[in-house]
Design a protein around this ligand. Structure first.
Ligand code: PMP
Length: 284
């Protein structure tokens, strides 16, 4: 069951116009929200980031938070799985093909939810491999725009060599992954690149830094050079759907000892515990 422009329907019944500006220009923004035990996780943070993305493309938010809550609740109720991930997407709507914004056009709003699978045991035990590439995206990567062609091309570089992610470097410094935030660990110190217009402000990135702060894990938010990435003891990938994942090989070299490290294991346990606590307390 999906939601499209005011109606709930099976996904097979959902259609949009070929003149939708999302289709024609990639003119829209989106969010991905994890759902644990049928409750959206950190929903307020996702709605704030959605507002930031909408402001970034000068599109009015079609709904207030109460309405979003209500729609998401219905989507969760009408889809399978205790754990799900919601994809929601807003475009500038249907209009004659002109670059300039159309006047008085209703936005297109689409929401769907899919089951969120448990990460395979092999991934938890062995981590994943990654490659690096030059970050050639635009310079408003803080906007979660649906125009993802650069991210798609960059991710394919990893897929081409059976790797799980492409880690991006801009002017010799780490920005993020093609669809994830990236952390580095050196001598026990957790390093995170600072938020800027060059990366998406990850919701899971915030969770990890909150957990580090609350649990006295030493961390610093600062620029991370390519050399630091290459000599890291551990590299961690985070996202709403992949949670915290260890990267154990980078460009065909082992990261540290080539196995998920101590900080990864610690943060993984803390994250799982936090998830359950949040859900029990019905906070988000
Ligand atoms: N950066 C990019 C480019 C992403 O696509 C994602 C995943 N949506 C992230 C970072 C991680 O963000 P989050 O933790 O909010 O999923």
């Amino acid at each position: 069951m999906i939601y499209l422009n005011g109606k709930f329907m099976p996904i097979e019944k959902a259609t949009i116009s070929v003149l939708d500006r999302g289709f024609i220009f990639g003119d829209g923004v989106y969010e991905v929200i994890p759902v644990y035990s049928r409750k959206p996780f950190r929903l307020e943070h996702h709605l704030l980031r959605l507002q930031h993305s909408l402001d970034g493309i000068r599109l009015n938010n079609p709904y207030d938070n109460e309405h979003w809550h209500n729609l998401l609740e219905q989507i969760i109720d009408n889809n399978k799985g205790e754990d799900q991930y919601i994809y929601l997407h807003i475009t500038r709507g249907v209009a004659k093909r002109e670059h300039a914004f159309p006047e008085n056009t209703a936005p297109t709003v689409f929401i769907m939810s899919s089951p969120l699978p448990e990460p395979p045991q092999k991934l938890l035990e062995q981590g994943v491999t990654a490659v690096t590439a030059n970050d050639n995206r635009w310079i408003r990567c803080d906007i979660k725009a649906i125009s993802l062609l650069p991210n798609v091309l960059l991710r394919q570089l990893a897929t081409d060599v059976q790797a799980a992610e492409t880690i991006l470097l801009r002017d010799g410094f780490l920005t993020e992954g093609s669809s994830s935030s990236i952390f580095v660990v050196k001598d026990g110190l957790l390093l995170a690149p600072p938020k800027s217009h060059l990366m998406l402000p990850g919701i899971t990135y915030d969770v990890v830094l909150d957990l580090a702060e609350e649990n006295n894990i030493p961390y610093k938010v600062r620029e991370i050079s390519e050399i630091e990435l290459r000599v890291a003891d551990e590299i961690l990938l985070t996202s709403s759907t992949r949670e915290i994942t260890a990267i154990t090989r980078l460009d065909d070299q082992p990261v540290g000892c080539g196995k998920p490290g101590a900080r990864y294991s610690q943060l993984q346990k803390l994250y799982q515990h936090y998830k359950r606590t949040v859900m029990r307390n019905e906070l988000s």
